[in-house]
Design a binder for this molecule. Structure first.
Ligand SMILES: [Zn+2]
Length: 333
């Protein structure tokens, strides 16, 4: 980055910093095109002219204009960059998250717009683990545990509900968590807590040979074939030396505090995005200050884009369905 481009350190500094449109533009440009070369989001070429007064480029190849937002999660959004930046800052750093109502008030947009902003930022927070398993490095201890997260999927047909939530027959979502002691957490949403759908996930997420700590749920029986499987029976005790799942319990309490406190309730088909948000903050909580966490989230703005249909789970034939939760009406801005 340009050495003159200082990074704000606190929320207050960030708000002041991003109140200058030219500076905000330079900052966002750096994260949009980290190599420093501005390329057309349509053709990928760097042959263009820049219209400084309007902060847009004209591509000589496509004969079309493009802005900084094209090809990013901010595409099609009339919300100004300074508001986006502040929203990034808040979501990346607020321990319990921030509701669309709070964000709307903080940056001066409608709650519906704030909801859309938050969902898009959660998308860039999505961790791409790219096949790397937990428990493969020097740290071989992995806790595996599952939790139930409630929420009613209203006004949705059963098949759609099942498709979106992976959940068919009750009103709770089952989330399986995997956490490497001293390391990262991952979550997966499953349909049922059965051996046949739990164990393949453990094998996908955890390197064979690692020490795996679980509770006494029968679905975990058999893991001893591939792992050093240690069981803590919660009917008897919660900790036995190193055998416990308390690290994961801490993560679940963060997730639930956010869901019940800040967000009140979450539609099941949005649950994975809330989990992405929580995992982002949890996995980047150490050795990183607010400024760096914000920069990390910002560095993922390019190449990810969430359409309204993907966001809401609505396609054209179901646009009349009413799917609102937590007073959060889903309309694009
Ligand atoms: Zn082009």
């Amino acid at each position: 980055m340009d050495a003159t481009l200082k990074t704000p350190k606190t929320l207050q500094e960030a708000i002041v910093y991003f109140s200058d449109p030219a500076r905000t533009f330079e900052y966002a440009k750096h994260y949009r095109w980290p190599s420093g070369e501005v390329t057309c989001p349509r053709c990928g070429k760097a042959k263009h002219s820049f219209i400084k007064t309007r902060r847009i480029w004209f591509c000589y190849e496509c004969k079309k204009q493009f802005t900084l937002k094209v090809g990013t999660i901010m595409e099609d959004s009339p919300i100004t960059l300074d508001k986006w930046m502040t929203a990034f800052w808040l979501l990346a750093n607020a321990k319990n998250g921030i509701s669309s109502y709070e964000l709307g008030k903080a940056i001066g947009v409608h709650q519906e717009s704030a909801w859309f902003i938050l969902q898009r930022i959660r998308l860039v927070m999505q961790d791409s683990f790219f096949g790397s398993k937990l428990g493969g490095g020097p740290n071989r201890e992995v806790e595996v545990d599952e939790t139930f997260i409630g929420g009613k999927a209203r006004n949705m047909h059963k098949h759609r509900k099942a498709k979106l939530t992976g959940r068919i027959d009750d009103d709770k979502s089952v989330v399986v968590g995997f956490i490497e002691r001293g390391g990262r957490v991952r979550t997966r949403i499953v349909e049922k807590r059965r051996k046949y759908n739990m164990q393949p996930l453990v094998r996908e997420e955890v390197e064979a040979g690692a020490t795996v700590y679980t509770d006494a749920l029968k679905s975990y029986i058999g893991l001893e074939n591939d792992y050093d499987h240690q069981v803590i029976d919660h009917a008897v005790e919660y900790v036995n030396g190193r055998v416990h799942t308390n690290t994961l319990e801490n993560f679940w309490s963060l997730v639930k505090r956010g869901l019940h406190g800040t967000y009140v309730s979450v539609e099941p088909f949005h649950l994975h995005r809330y989990l992405d948000e929580q995992m982002f903050r949890f996995n980047n909580r150490k050795n990183m200050n607010d400024s760096q966490r914000f920069a990390l989230a910002m560095s993922q703005i390019g190449g990810k884009r969430l359409t309204y249909a993907e966001l809401t789970g609505k396609d054209t034939d179901s646009l009349h369905e009413e799917t609102t939760g937590a007073g959060e009406t889903q309309i694009p801005f």
